[in-house]
Design a binder for this molecule. Sequence first.
Ligand code: IMP
Length: 212
Amino acid sequence: MGELQRVVLATTNPHKIQEFREILASAPCALVSPDELGMTVRMEETGATFAENAVLKALAYAETVGLPALADDSGLEIDALHGEPGVYSARWAGEGTPYTERFRILNERLSDVPDEQRTARYRCVIALAEPTPRGLYAVVAGTLEGRIAREARGTGGFGYDPIFYVPEQGRTVAEMPSEEKHAISHRGRAAAAVLGPLVRMLDQRAYSISRD
Ligand code: IMP
């Protein structure tokens, strides 16, 4: 059997890298981080939507690194805040602001909103791209519906997970073991949808390499 083909994860977020490795553990490829390749791809997320940003990132990394790239753009949308923080989730309240401080600000802004109107969702769009001449291969999405909790609970996951409450489960995402988060999460669902296209793309690449 030959060596596994490499696919670069188009992100520098260590939490996303870890989650992708756990979720896509069965994928027939090696998921490498830009760090492991000694690459730093600097790019502004200039898109107005998760899909635009995911596509921009996947194409930029595939081009710079010269390998197929898998990019995730994701975030939290809070209905009572008209979809904020949305595509700005990573930078919301200022780049590097601790999440405990973000939870405080969010809860202050939502203080008059009754529990049943504190609805929110996580969204994740994954784009898969190959270096030129091929380009974009697939774009898929996943969501997780929930509510913003009044208090942070749990130590698992990352980012907004301690205040993202899933009513059907009676707990926040940060209170779930990682496999249980992945089974229902926006990223887990989008990754499940990208597995088919990823396997097809790897097969096509292996076939074209074997003919060269
Ligand atoms: P991106 O790197 O621009 O896609 O930013 C994603 C941001 O959305 C993260 O930095 C978090 O603030 C938030 N986010 C996305 N997915 C999750 C998740 O699974 N749990 C908690 N926060 C998340």
